[in-house]
Design a protein around this ligand. Structure first.
Ligand SMILES: [Zn+2]
Length: 555
């Protein structure tokens, strides 16, 4: 018998385990773990819960200096990057604010550049930090669904690493949860339980917490997949696991370890999971086999790409071992017998006139629309269902993942020039409304780029945004206000840009897209007169502009 030690991948010896302290002084309860499966990416750090509140101080976990700051409406919101002398860097995202000299440096640059959103790369000497310094405050900025700190540790090649490897303690006494297990017939002649389609296996829980499935009868090349989550102590969130290993008749077939990855491979998550099953069932099945165009480095070991070959008349056992960082483990045993029986369920495959070769660039013209698909946008050769009806393009369905942007071009020459300016291409959302997709104009053509299949249509937005004061009134004294807040909204194309001035001078306003609110903070100390004329201009994504003016008094 051969023994393959899955744990040889646990080569942690060169990772310092006492270098970084916790960035927060509250108990570390995670709403997101490293490597967790998210939309189009693997989660690159910890999401640390902050008791549904904002404003907890964030401490530098080690000495270093600030080498990057990014402020954005979406994504990481207010984000801070610290370079440490040992080569590692750390990242803090969704901050409410930066602290001390970092905050002053950001504000100075925001006023100088007259913009809220910016990215800065300060020199090593400018913003040094010592272990324990307050560098910012936790928040909920950017695309964050609730107050938390997103914390990352990156290696010297900017690859995010599992912070648990650095000795940051997260209590975890619970075993991973197994949601479902699937068998995938791979070749044209392979089948499982007389089907060529993926088969969901029935799981039977054993007394010791392990699972056994009903015996499957199959033939040929077969792969397996598992949907699993881990639960940490003190949180009900479903987090990612640390390791998934599979063994076939005593030989390690596949070994996935969530320790480190690089950002240029993160989108291959869509190749790794059963994408169609995820779109339809909101559950991510991780495939324990490596298909073409899957370069993921989290796969540490594989034998025959993780596939098993089941021969007629032979019995075999496949086991899946799911483990969290604290080594709580669940084992799933799948007994199999090789049986080349009749295939009763043929592969679900809709043939169309548009068969796309993944490794070739393709241009398709249909009605008013042109579609350009660069090479390697698709992971495999695929039939696409493309139909045009007037100004609407049905571009397959969001059941196949796209790795690269494809371009949709539309001829809008039948529209009048004045209308043309207000047109955009939108993707129909689940309510059937056209959600704005950044639209470019050239001649009488409109174009947009997308990485999601679906239905795209032409839409028109002729209505300017609305602007309403929230905490002040025109002509009134507001000496006690610490902020100036306005609600800004736009139907259809959405908010594109905004600019605010007081007595002709730029004031910094922070836009919270989740609340549709613009906020100015009086402690910026740029509003110094007693009579103040505020002017706010908001422009939507197709150029409809609204201007709001009001006078307020302060002493
Ligand atoms: Zn996060």
């Amino acid at each position: 018998m051969l023994f393959f030690l899955g744990n040889t991948a646990f080569a942690q010896s060169d990772i310092p385990t006492d270098y970084f302290s916790s960035p927060l002084d509250i108990p570390l309860i995670l709403s997101g773990s490293f490597g967790e499966l998210r939309s189009n990416h693997f989660h690159s750090g910890f999401d640390i819960k902050t008791q549904q509140k904002e404003g907890f101080p964030v401490y530098a976990p080690a000495d270093g200096y600030v080498n990057r700051i990014k402020v954005a409406h979406y994504g990481y919101g207010k984000a801070l990057y610290i370079q440490h002398p040992n080569g590692y860097s750390t990242v803090y995202a969704h901050l409410q604010n930066f602290a001390g000299s970092i905050q002053n440096y950001v504000k100075d640059n925001q006023y100088k550049k007259e913009t809220f959103e910016l990215e800065l790369f300060p020199d090593a000497s400018l913003l040094p930090v010592s272990k324990g310094d307050v560098i910012g405050y936790t928040g909920n900025t950017g695309s964050s669904g609730g107050p938390h700190l997103h914390f990352e540790i990156r290696d010297s090649a900017s690859r995010p690493m599992n912070p648990m490897l650095f000795g940051i303690e997260i209590p975890d006494s619970k075993k991973p949860i197994i949601n479902s297990v699937f068998a995938y017939p791979i070749d044209a002649n392979s089948h499982v339980d007389q089907s060529q389609n993926p088969v969901k296996l029935r799981l039977k829980l054993q007394k010791d917490g392990s699972y056994i499935t009903e015996k499957i009868a199959g033939f040929g090349k077969i792969g397996f997949g598992v949907s699993t989550n881990d639960q940490l102590d003190g949180a009900s969130n479903k987090n990612g696991v640390y390791q998934i290993r599979s063994v076939f008749n005593g030989v390690e077939k596949f070994n996935i370890l969530f320790e480190k990855f690089s950002f240029d491979e993160t989108r291959y998550l869509n190749r790794f999971i059963d994408y169609e099953y995820f779109v339809k069932n909101k559950s991510r099945v991780q495939k324990l086999f490596r298909q073409s165009n899957n370069p993921l480095s989290i796969i540490k070991n594989e034998e025959d790409n993780g596939y098993v070959i089941l021969e007629d008349g032979f019995s075999a056992t496949y086991t899946i071992e799911v483990t969290d960082f604290k080594k709580n483990t669940v084992i799933i045993t799948i007994p199999m017998e090789g049986k080349n029986s009749e295939i009763l369920e043929k592969k679900d495959l809709k043939e169309t006139e548009d068969y796309i070769y993944a490794d070739q660039a393709t241009s398709i013209t249909k009605g008013k629309f042109g579609i350009y698909i660069p090479s390697n946008s698709l992971y495999e050769d695929t039939f696409l269902d493309i139909q045009v009806q007037g100004d609407t393009l049905k571009l397959h369905e969001d059941v196949i993942p796209l790795h690269k942007n494809i371009t949709i071009t539309m001829d809008a020459s039948n529209y009048k020039a004045a209308d043309f300016e207000k047109l955009y291409i939108g993707r129909l959302n689940y309510k059937g409304q056209p959600y704005y997709n950044t639209t470019y104009r050239k001649g009488d053509k409109l174009s947009t780029n997308t990485r999601t299949f679906g239905t795209y249509t032409l839409a028109m937005d002729t209505i300017a945004p609305s602007i309403k004061p929230l905490n002040f009134e025109n002509g009134k004294w507001i000496s006690k206000n610490s902020t100036l807040q306005l609600k800004i909204e736009d139907d259809l194309s959405g908010i594109g840009s905004y600019r605010a001035t007081v007595n002709g001078k730029f004031i910094l306003m922070e836009y919270n897209y989740k609340k549709d609110v613009l906020t100015y903070n009086f402690n910026d100390n740029v509003v110094i007169d007693s009579e103040n004329n505020l002017k706010v201009i908001v422009v939507d994504n197709v150029g409809n502009s609204a201007t709001f003016e009001a006078t307020f008094f302060r002493k």
